[in-house]
Design a protein around this ligand. Structure first.
Ligand code: G16
Length: 546
């Protein structure tokens, strides 16, 4: 059969151009495959093959993004994007893992098994959009992925260097025949920026909002694309860009560094009360922060963005008189104070799901308007189609009061500032800036909405991170036996103590989160829990310390 011949050729290309050199198991994790770039070439080739099968199975364009996001420069990674910009469906993650790990000789047979198990019609066309970050390993790994796509005669559109959320956006635009927007860079900039400028045109009385941000691009693609935004934003928002690519990617800078270290990045001048943002290596996460008059650092992370945005959206929904339910989705990393503030003060329902955009995005779709954010700054807002139609039709509904129509109009414009397809650091920044502008708020005003519980994140190196297993949205550890009891005992010694551990899906570590009523106590609890992990889950090297 034609496909058998094609699969044999794909196997031959694997052997001759992208062989599996090491017998090292790799797994499709929280955000695709991640690891040392030099170990992954065969994985990229095989993901090109799988992207073609996925495209044929769905009868739609699929995305393939080459990035290891917040990981160090020497790592790389690949993830597939499903037709509506979602992460690859979970049932295919297993297929991806199988395909990535078989020997070169078994490749043709495994491809045949996938088309049988998934009922794929190989006569259908396939189309794959490809994007990559700025890592030095990305061009050659993208080439390997593209070789995989062409080996199975898939059509490739290579967008070159783009942010992860841009690629998600292009895939969605393509599969909605342009209804979501144009699948081009210019289309993306135009949609977000024209909505942003329209909302800016409305005056704010409160002069505490200053239209200027200092932007840390993590020396990655976020800086490259922010230059494009800056050129188009004009004076509607002044952006000063640092860590713009002259230094090492994610090194002592970027959203992950700022969030974990709880301090400003390197190479950024510190001006009291100025508004700072840091994005990560593929610009899908954002963290805000500022330095006060006493030079003290204050961080406004994903939880803060979620509460700011949810509070504002709720106000607009109420004012527009629309009957739409709004909910917020968080993970176990969400600061306990943010959850209290959302549920008790804002009275917005909150759900908690495991780490990973796929879990958050999926849950958020259950609400008419679903706001989801991880504390690390990854998140967005999603709208049900029916809710969108109602919002968009209300401004013209003369049966409604003027203020209701005006609020609905604002909401409808705000929708276009948001990249609903996945968390998008730059779109999120424009959204936050819109809310701060509308409220006339300074960073201090935003910070004053509630007080975070002091917290600490730690990483523990272990022989095999998979020995740590969790349940209850990662809040309870079920393996190794006795570890949860040990955590419970430690937590009980601290006022407002809370801690959990989980294996990372993107790095070879176990993550520890702890919060308590003071920073010193949160630090101490994190170290104690980290040491329990180290001794009970096969720690490598020295036990963790701060
Ligand atoms: C990815 C995922 C995020 C997750 C982060 C860390 O982000 O998209 O949902 O929070 O990894 O995951 P883990 O704790 O499992 O390592 P990014 O920005 O690195 O793609």
């Amino acid at each position: 059969m034609e496909e058998d011949r094609m699969f044999v050729t794909a196997g031959e290309v694997a052997v001759s151009k992208h062989p599996r050199l090491k017998d090292k198991f790799v797994q499709y994790g929280t955000a695709g495959f991640r690891g040392r770039a030099e170990d992954l070439e065969h994985v990229f080739y095989r993901m090109g093959l799988l992207a073609v099968l996925r495209s044929k199975a769905k009868g739609a364009t699929i995305g393939m993004m080459i990035t290891a996001s917040h990981n160090p420069e020497h790592d790389n990674g690949v993830k597939l994007v499903d037709p509506h910009g979602e992460m690859l469906v979970q049932s295919w993650e297993g297929l991806a893992t199988t395909l990535a790990n078989v020997s070169d000789n078994e490749l043709a047979k495994t491809l045949s098994e996938i088309i049988v198990s998934e009922g794929i019609d190989m006569t259908k066309p396939a189309s794959v959009f490809v994007g990559r970050d700025t890592r030095s390993s990305s061009p050659s790994l993208a080439r390997a992925g593209i070789d995989g796509i062409t080996a199975l005669s898939g059509l490739v559109k290579d967008f070159g260097v783009v942010t992860t959320p841009m690629l998600h956006y292009f895939v969605t635009c393509q599969n909605t025949q342009g209804a979501y927007g144009l699948a081009t860079e210019e289309g993306y900039y135009n949609k977000l920026i024209s909505a942003f400028k329209k909302l800016r045109a409305e005056k704010t009385e409160n002069k505490k909002y200053i239209p200027k941000v200092i932007f840390d691009g993590a020396n990655g693609v976020g800086a490259v694309k922010m230059k494009e935004f800056k050129a188009r934003l004009g004076d509607s928002l002044i952006v000063e860009i640092f860590n713009d690519g002259n230094g090492i990617l994610n090194h002592l800078c970027g959203a992950d560094f700022v969030k974990v270290q709880q301090k400003p990045p390197q190479n950024v001048p510190l001006v009291p009360n100025a508004r700072y943002v840091s994005v990560d290596g593929d610009a899908d996460r954002i963290i805000y922060y500022y330095i006060d008059d006493q030079q003290q650092f204050h961080m406004l992370d994903g939880d803060r963005i979620a509460t700011l945005v949810a509070g504002y959206l709720m106000e607009l929904v109420k004012e527009s008189g629309l009957s739409l339910n709004l909910g917020l989705v968080q993970t176990a990393y969400a600061n306990g104070s943010s959850t209290n503030y959302i549920s008790k003060t804002l009275k917005v329902p909150v759900a908690c799901v495991p780490t990973g955009v796929k879990h958050l995005h999926h849950k958020a779709l259950e609400f008419d308007i679903g706001v989801y954010f991880e504390a690390n700054g990854h998140g967005t807002v999603v709208f049900k189609q029916a809710a969108l139609e109602l919002i968009k039709s209300t401004p013209a509904d003369l049966g409604r009061r003027d203020n209701e129509r005006a609020a609905a109009e604002r909401l409808a414009t705000l929708v276009d500032v948001i990249n609903q397809t996945v968390g998008d650091a730059i779109s999120d920044m424009l959204l936050v800036e819109t809310v701060l502008h509308a409220r006339g708020w300074s960073m201090e005003d935003w910070k004053a909405t509630y007080s975070d519980l002091p917290n600490r994140l730690l990483k523990v190196l272990v022989k095999d991170r998979e020995v740590v297993q969790t349940t209850d949205a990662e809040r309870k550890c079920v393996s190794p036996t006795g570890l949860q009891n040990a955590i419970d005992c430690l937590v009980s010694k601290y006022s407002e103590g809370r801690a959990f551990v989980r294996p990372s899906g993107t790095e070879d570590v176990v993550r520890v989160y702890a919060e308590a009523s003071t920073q010193a106590e949160a630090d101490k609890l994190a170290v104690e829990v980290g040491r329990a992990v180290h001794s009970m889950a096969g720690g490598v090297g020295d036990p963790p310390s701060l």
